[in-house]
Design a protein around this ligand. Structure first.
Ligand code: HEC
Length: 230
């Protein structure tokens, strides 16, 4: 961690501290992944962020946390970096401002180098990107797992015509998944780890099916969708 705090930055951080309202970590996590785009450049495992343009934020603050630097001090360092990256930095200045910057910095300070996974409202703070419906082509229906590690497929809807359909689920996420269907006909592919592909073939009859992941907890967390067969 090598941050040069300018006098101005220290003044800003000091001013932010006066408000004494508690930062909103859920909003901070959402901004980190979304509008502030921090996750496109930085790795922060609790935020499912795997960017490699900037330093890995888990690594950047691991030693600080081990050495007993408090979360509020780390928050101040992150706020300073957001407002004042060094001149010529690849990190644009002021990606988020005001309370948004405080919330993002507080989330980074909380999450960096903290073992385990976010729970409660933080676990569901960032909703995965849902793409257009998947349509079977040439007897193959491809439905990928969300590559960021969110418990979701990349779509919530799929369609196919009746007959033999091969289901193909590429898994580029860091977590194990499979794909299965339930409806007029059932079927399931093997659970595969990162880089694997779960496939199976089913002889589909017309009707409405659920496609879902059978790894415990994943369907309940939203890793499912609707398949319409005509
Ligand atoms: C376009 C890529 C990019 C984006 C977006 C970005 N950063 Fe950075 N960040 C960098 C780079 C590159 C550095 C390396 C130091 C520098 O150039 O300032 C850095 C440095 C940092 C550091 C200091 C880490 C250390 O080891 O000293 C922190 C903290 C940080 N960024 C947090 C954030 C936060 C929070 C956001 C979102 C508001 C964000 N960054 C958005 C590229 C980015």
């Amino acid at each position: 961690m090598a941050l040069v705090a300018s006098g101005l930055a220290v003044a800003l951080v000091g001013a932010a501290g006066c408000g004494k309202q508690r930062p909103d970590l859920v909003r901070g996590k959402q901004l980190f992944a979304g509008k502030a785009t921090c996750g496109s450049c930085h790795t922060l495992s609790r935020a499912n962020a795997h960017g490699t343009v900037g330093p890995n934020l888990d690594d950047a603050f691991a030693a600080d946390k081990r050495n007993g630097l408090g979360v509020s001090s780390i928050q101040g360092l992150v706020e300073d970096q957001i407002a004042h990256p060094h001149r010529g930095s690849a990190m644009p200045a002021g990606l988020v401002k005001g309370n948004d910057a405080i919330d993002v910095a507080a989330y980074v300070a909380y999450a960096a180098a903290l073992p385990g996974q976010d729970a409660g409202a933080l676990a569901t703070a960032v909703q995965p990107k849902i793409g257009p419906p998947a349509v079977a082509k040439g007897g193959v229906l491809t439905i990928a797992a969300d590559p960021t590690g969110a418990l979701s497929f990349v779509t919530k809807k799929a369609s196919a015509t009746a007959g033999a359909i091969k289901f193909v689920m590429p898994n580029k996420s860091p977590i194990q998944h499979n794909i299965a269907i339930q409806g007029p006909v059932t079927g399931s592919g093997p659970i595969v780890g990162s880089g694997g592909t779960s496939t199976f073939t089913a002889n589909l009859k017309p009707g409405t099916y659920m496609f879902f992941c059978q790894v415990p907890g994943h369907e309940a967390a939203g890793m499912k969708g609707t398949l319409t067969v005509k």
